[in-house]
Design a protein around this ligand. Structure first.
Ligand code: CU
Length: 181
């Protein structure tokens, strides 16, 4: 996980270059720099608990205004109805971001709105990364209503800029899954 974090951060941010350089030597010793960074496993299911990782600015897609490298609804996270969803949220970039899981809304909201499920939003309205490495925020909620929802960044203007993805609560799914369209 740390490998992916510094690979993407170090390549994109002036502030991340020093961090990348500092970590380059041990990675080089293992030969890790010769392989492309593999995408993390974004979602897992253990019993009735779904663990979902959302990383703001994971890569340069949509000028960094993405979750897990996806924007404009192109990542579709499907979870079983009734599961407890535990979200680990990180921000890989200097721009503040957050997460709100909201009813499917068109036109897109210009700012954060009430989440669709109790607790389905990151604790801080604008979350900046910690130093030296991005520190995660976690939050959890029960996906207790079937339907299609949106994962948005509630920082003003960010959802309008495409920083949103799709969240589906399925009455038939047995485990969580993720697709990129
Ligand atoms: Cu944002």
């Amino acid at each position: 996980m740390r490998f992916n974090t510094w690979m993407t951060t170090g390549g994109r941010l002036a502030g991340g270059l020093a961090l990348g350089a500092a970590l380059l030597s041990p990675a080089a010793l293992t030969g890790a720099t010769t392989r492309p960074a593999a995408a993390p496993v974004w979602v897992t299911t253990t019993g009735k608990v779904v663990h979902l990782t959302l990383i703001a600015g994971w890569n340069t897609t949509n000028a960094g205004f993405n979750f897990d490298g996806a924007a404009h609804g192109q990542m579709v996270v499907t979870v079983p109805l009734g599961d407890n969803v535990v979200v680990t949220f990180k921000n890989n970039v200097a721009t503040p971001h957050n997460v709100d899981i909201i009813p499917y809304t068109q036109p897109l909201p210009g700012h954060g709105v009430q989440p669709a499920f109790s607790g389905a939003n990151s604790p801080l309205p604008q979350f900046r990364p910690g130093a030296p490495a991005p520190k995660p925020q976690t939050f959890s909620f029960v996906a207790n209503k079937a339907g299609t929802y949106m994962i948005i960044c509630g920082v003003p203007g960010h959802a309008l800029a495409g920083m949103w993805d799709t969240f589906v609560v399925s009455p038939t799914a047995k485990v969580a899954s993720i697709t990129f369209t």
